[in-house]
Design a protein around this ligand. Sequence first.
Ligand code: ADP
Length: 245
Amino acid sequence: AEAALMQSEKLAAVGRLASSIAHEINNPLESVMNLIYLARQHAALPIVQEFLDTADQELRRVSIIANQTLRFHKQTTRPQKRTGSDLFLSVLSIYEGRLRNLRIGVEHRHREKQPVTCLEGEIRQVLNNLVGNAVDAMPNGGRLLVRSREGVDWLSGRRGLFLTVADTGMGMSAKTRGRIFDAFFTTKGIGGTGLGLWISAEIVARHQGRIRIRSREEEPHRGTVASIFLPFEAASFQETRPDAG
Ligand code: ADP
């Protein structure tokens, strides 16, 4: 328990630091983006327009990264009781249009008798990241399975809720799999930040849960299964956020 507390103190310190860095980054970014906007109106040479376009794109990327971190740490919610199906339904509603356009079929399987106590906004952010990754992995359509069920975590012997997102997408190599939880690791080029799973792992750790992501390396293109476990009794996850409130 002491090791867990130390870990959570570290996370809280990292959180405060990230939050203030994001804040400090955001203000100058906005003013530079405004300056670029003005410069573009006065740039006569097409090549200069192009340079400014690129500069603007890159700055937007930094801004997304900073905002993700900031939003994550500034959330000050109280723990709430939520079922897996509630959480999934609210997250999937955001994706309705994209799922239809990409011809991705969704299957829900919810077998749970009791809700879990969690920081709702944060767990929704985790599910949003997992669903977003699943959608990104299926540019040519496929099937998305979202599942919630109660069970026992074999490692700790605790009871809790398993929330699973499975896709029939491109999967990943063992090499990629080894790095997915690293901050800024992405295979999506300019379209990715590489922060989704890094943040997700932190949030799940704060709930004293576990996150697991598997692809069949020996059989590429056979999809990925991502799941999180949230214990019913997460005794102290509030205390890991002394900066909240
Ligand atoms: P991002 O989505 O911005 O790249 P993440 O941390 O969410 O950042 O994901 C890191 C990397 O993990 C992705 O770039 C991708 O290579 C891999 N990945 C995560 N989920 C999946 C998935 N469902 N299918 C295939 N690859 C995945």
